[in-house]
Write a protein that binds this ligand. Structure first.
Ligand code: AMP
Length: 112
């Protein structure tokens, strides 16, 4: 039995609105959205963080899914941000790799 919250979302044990899905990747809405569009893109397999990802095909699938989410959510033309928080200084709070896709408003720079 896994305790990883994102593995449990992948397994359907914890509900999360699904935006898109394929064999390797799941995109679902963030429970605490920081922008009008805030979708998380995660590998279905448990990968703890960016440094633990050693599959270039999966890397490509994750980035492609981010682009597809932006198109699906109609933020591709206005622009959007993709973020990977990594480790404690990076602000990672869930130890299952995920890309944040944020849009629907102008983003600020630098991030906090
Ligand atoms: P990070 O801080 O980069 O690890 O991001 C973790 C993200 O997961 C945060 O934006 C949380 O709001 C989000 N999150 C945590 N639990 C859930 C959940 N059950 N469903 C959807 N998003 C979640």
């Amino acid at each position: 039995v896994t305790t990883c919250v994102f593995c449990r979302i992948v397994a359907g044990e914890i509900p999360a609105p699904r935006i898109l899905e394929n064999e390797h990747v799941l995109a679902f809405r963030d429970i605490n959205p920081q922008a009008p569009v805030h979708v998380l893109v995660a590998p279905k397999l448990h990968v703890t963080r960016l440094d633990a990802l050693n599959d270039v095909a999966l890397e490509a699938a994750l980035l492609s899914a981010c682009r597809a989410v932006a198109a699906d959510q109609k933020i591709a033309a206005t622009g959007y941000r993709v973020v990977i928080n990594t480790g404690s200084d990076g602000g990672q709070s869930v130890d299952h790799l995920h890309f944040h896709v944020l849009g629907g408003r102008a983003m600020h720079w630098p991030p906090g």
